[in-house]
Design a protein around this ligand. Structure first.
Ligand SMILES: Cc1ncc(C[n+]2csc(CCOP(=O)(O)OP(=O)(O)O)c2C)c(N)n1
Length: 349
């Protein structure tokens, strides 16, 4: 067999891109494994929804975006935040509820946010952020900008009323938005076959005269290509797209439920895990001569060290002060009353 050319500028470019993807995906995977460990021993409270298995979606999409584009998502947000450029430290600190977290420790796992990166969250209400994405795209258009807004949600969210309103208006008003269904086939413990009459979810696009496409979410290159097209359509033609990304979550819905056993069988999960996006990319890079096993192990060790460092940073960070209870709260001070404040402040201690 002819030896592959790995020394041309094009080959070097391809290698650099693939290494960046692998790095991003490994960082997400090792970060979340570490956060699962922290959750299990009580370092993290509240909810915690892991993205493990879906990393090619975040990585392929973020690679297609410009820094001034906007990203908005639901509660399964750690991987997307990391891929967008938020640091492992500020995210882990947020999960630990610490003052150094991206939302001052008051938001937790579901409310990651970074205005500098135009990463607009982290939203806990299923489908609630989809109209916000349409609103962001409207604002871009109103100001005459050429940014786009990408909006991630699960397949269960396509049954929420807000989804329909948001897509209808985005198409009617020619807004620069890409709606991304991360179809992992389960909404909590409910299979798509039990919740959704038209299971070919991308067909929803037809109702809104919008282009709809489907892509293999385990293949980072396929995701990148699909997103390039959808983002260009938004940026150049001011047309929205509905992209269905077929993927699998390898963990339970959240840290409070098992990966398999109740609503899906171990056999089904095992079969899905045969298409681990990281293993697929690694195998391709090895066979294309882009990396060696030693290169991979080095990258993996670095990702594990970064996750451990994030844990250490979060653990050493202070709790938010009791006074912080009253910052970023949308209430009229005059109606709350000082006595009430003092009483509530005690709660924080
Ligand atoms: C309006 C609303 N209803 C119910 C819930 C409870 N809930 C949280 S996650 C979830 C399932 C959503 O599944 P999907 O949209 O497919 O996303 P995935 O978890 O698969 O990423 C539900 C029903 C909620 N948060 N908001």
């Amino acid at each position: 067999m002819a030896k592959k050319n790995t020394s041309s500028p094009a080959a070097a470019n391809a290698r650099e891109t693939a290494v960046a993807y692998l790095h991003s995906m490994l960082m997400q995977r090792r970060f979340e494994e570490k956060s699962a460990e922290a959750y299990a021993i009580g370092k993290i409270g509240g909810f915690c929804h892991l993205y493990i298995g879906q990393e090619a979606v975040s990585t392929g999409t973020m690679a297609a975006l410009r820094p001034d584009d906007y990203v908005i998502t639901a509660y399964r947000d750690h991987g997307l935040a990391l891929a967008r450029g938020m640091t492992a430290n500020e995210i882990m600190a947020e999960l630990f509820g610490r003052a150094t977290g991206c939302s001052g420790g008051k938001g937790g796992s579901m409310h990651l946010f970074d205005s500098k990166l135009n990463f607009l969250g982290g939203h806990g209400i299923v489908g609630g952020h989809i109209p916000i994405a349409t609103g962001v795209a409207f604002a871009i258009s109103y100001r005459g900008g050429d940014q786009v807004c990408v909006c991630f949600f699960g397949e269960a969210a396509v049954n929420i009323g807000a989804f329909h309103e948001a897509l209808n208006m985005a198409s009617l008003w020619n807004l620069p938005v890409v709606f991304i269904i991360e179809n992992n086939r389960y909404g909590m413990g409910t299979a798509i076959s039990r919740s959704t009459a038209q299971q070919d979810v991308v067909k929803r696009a037809e109702s809104y005269a919008m282009i709809g496409t489907s892509v293999d979410g385990q293949d980072v290159f396929a995701v990148r290509k699909e997103m390039d097209e959808a983002i260009e359509r938004a940026r150049k033609e001011q047309r929205p797209t509905l992209v269905e990304v077929r993927t699998t979550r390898f963990m339970g819905h959240s840290m409070s439920d098992a990966a398999s056993g109740t609503y899906r069988s171990k056999e089904e999960l095992d079969q899905s895990m045969q298409r681990d996006p990281i293993v697929l990319l690694k195998t391709k890079m090895l066979s294309d001569g882009m990396i060696t096993e030693a290169d991979y192990n080095k990258m993996d060790d670095e990702a594990k060290a970064a996750a451990q460092a994030a844990w250490d940073f979060a653990d050493a960070s202070p709790e938010p002060s009791p006074e912080e209870l009253f910052t970023h709260v949308l209430s009229d001070e005059s109606t709350v009353g000082a006595a009430n404040h003092a009483e509530l402040a005690g709660v924080g201690r």
